[in-house]
Design a protein around this ligand. Structure first.
Ligand code: FES
Ligand code: FES
Length: 214
């Protein structure tokens, strides 16, 4: 049996015909061709499939598609604006927080949800927000550095509007800002090691994350 599902994906209404048993991840990838959200473990362990549902991070591999009917879904494809990366994406580029990149879409979405509700998270708060996202490559340090840097980049225009601490000129509401060179130059974490011996979520318990199709 197939059904027509209506989603508000990255701000656009999308109708898609899918088998009724599909998960949200399958609806996005195989119904709508949005392959940014990754199908890693497909059982709730790796976080690679994380998307935002009404602004909250969910594991789309465990979310029945029908639960998202009529709701707002944000995928990694919705972060950047045409021709301009989201500051969080730019921060990952600056710190080297993405290596093979398979985990990156899910981590970006978890981190973006955190920054929306907490613009100045502590490192421990970042670690907690990303605890469900596994990474096989980076050792996590550069990921944590990237989220800290993104918070600084996003705050810089606000500081500039308030009279300045050297931040760049204020951007229009909703605009994606370019990184403040001073902030980028001060990017934390030039090292390549693991942030802690435990990593973010316990390496020993981490399942293999399948390598990926695009
Ligand atoms: S693919 Fe959803 S948690 Fe791994
Ligand atoms: S960069 Fe995280 S799994 Fe490769």
């Amino acid at each position: 049996m197939h059904a027509i599902l209506t989603l508000i994906v990255n701000g656009d209404r999308r109708d898609v015909g899918i088998p009724e048993h599909y998960t949200l991840l399958e609806a996005l990838r195989y119904g709508l061709g949005l392959t940014g959200s990754k199908q890693g473990c497909d059982k709730g362990d790796c976080g690679a499939c994380t998307v935002l549902l009404d602004g909250e991070p969910v594991l789309s591999c465990l979310t029945p598609a029908w639960e998202a009917e009529g709701r707002a879904v944000t995928t990694v494809e919705g972060l950047a604006e045409p021709g301009r990366l989201n500051p969080l994406q730019e921060a990952f580029q600056v710190t080297g927080g993405a290596q093979c990149g398979f985990c990156t879409p899910g981590i970006l979405m978890s981190a973006w949800a955190l920054l929306q509700r907490n613009p100045a998270p502590t490192r421990e708060e970042i670690r907690a927000a990303l605890a469900g996202n596994l990474c096989r490559c980076t050792g996590y340090t550069k990921i944590l550095d990237a989220v800290e840097l993104a918070a600084e980049m996003l705050a810089a225009p606000t500081r500039a509007r308030r009279g300045g601490e050297g931040g760049q000129a204020a951007a229009p509401a909703g605009a994606v800002r370019s990184p403040d060179p001073a902030v980028a130059a001060a990017a934390p974490g030039s090292g390549s090691g693991r942030d802690t011996a435990e990593g973010l979520a316990g390496e020993a318990a981490a399942p293999a994350v399948a390598g990926g199709e695009p």
